[in-house]
Write a protein that binds this ligand. Sequence first.
Ligand code: PLP
Length: 394
Amino acid sequence: MLNPDLQRLKPYPFEQLAALLSGIQPPAGVTPIPLSIGEPQHAPPQFVLDALTEHRGLIAKYPTTKGTETLRTAIASWLDQRFSLTRSPIDPETQVIPVNGTREAIFAAVQAAADRTVGGLLVMPNPFYQIYEGAAFMAGLTPHYLPIDASGQPDYRAVSDRVWADCQFCFICTPGNPSGTVIDEETLEYLIKKANAFDFWLASDECYSEIYRNTPPPGLLEVCAQMGHRDYSQCLVFHSLSKRSNLPGLRSGFVAGDASFIAPFLKYRTYHGCSMSMAVQKASELAWSDEDHVMVNRGLYAEKFQAAADILGDQLDSHDPGAGFYLWAKTPTGCDTFSRDLYAATGVTVLPGQFLGREVDGVNPGAGFVRMALVAEPNTCREALQRIQRFMTR
Ligand SMILES: Cc1ncc(COP(=O)(O)O)c(C=O)c1O
């Protein structure tokens, strides 16, 4: 016997992409360039690698699930400074928990929070990061997909109170994956009020928050603090070192917010057995305490978005969303056809938007778009963009 909910998990977008491109060979002699996977390719900070080496002896010890006080303090200080929380500072003791990358925490948080005896909705954007949906299926909740509009985010004000009344958990993603669009402060305030009025968990996936061109995106806790919600009631944020610090393999992030969630989540995690290795904790502490490497990283992305604007011009209907590292571009043909033809002609892989979305009432809001991750080193990205430009001119 197996848990029947496992059958509901959908194939990951990259499996669908592999099937789409199977049997297609890029032109001979052309080096393939993947823009499909959002895995940062910039070098990780050397001081983090050094810390891992220095503290490797701690592998001999069991780490606690709660994490060290010094790591939680470093995270809380980072949050306080980055999101101006000085009037209601994050308590490292009760409002933060380190996690092994946000993916596992996003999944686990829903398992810990959902009340299976009543069921209900997990509200999420569409297209979306697929873990939200899998978390809903495995927790006995029903995904409720909100289509993103031309802005790149859902129109949250169009969601009816009936939906909010049935909602147990709502994921927002800002800056968004795939669109890169940031949710503005007024909308965050609107959502916080709904979460408090209808008693659901509002979880903001902010793992791209440090990749921005000019203006730092606002965060959910920041808006809570501005509203005078000192206990961050009903609100959670997920942050990661994967994109901010080019450390996707470190598997390090955190969840912070409402202490009445963090305490039972810690209990859940103790059973689940997902404590962070001590060497990783030491390295993470240093990474959260340094902004210089993050500024350099942002500079590299800014350079690549500028290159995209210069090279593609208006040949592909895309624009810099101002944050994140994806170009979300409208395709002149079907997004699957476009992706296949582009790969066959140029060796550049992009991800069809339809694989990131779900069809609701006959419409998949991801269809007709491709997601291009500008994660490679600037020269490689430039080369990929030039190939796309030549492909578009043909
Ligand atoms: C929107 C979004 N959330 C969360 C994650 C998970 O990141 P990590 O587990 O590396 O922290 C990703 C990774 O690609 C993502 O795109």
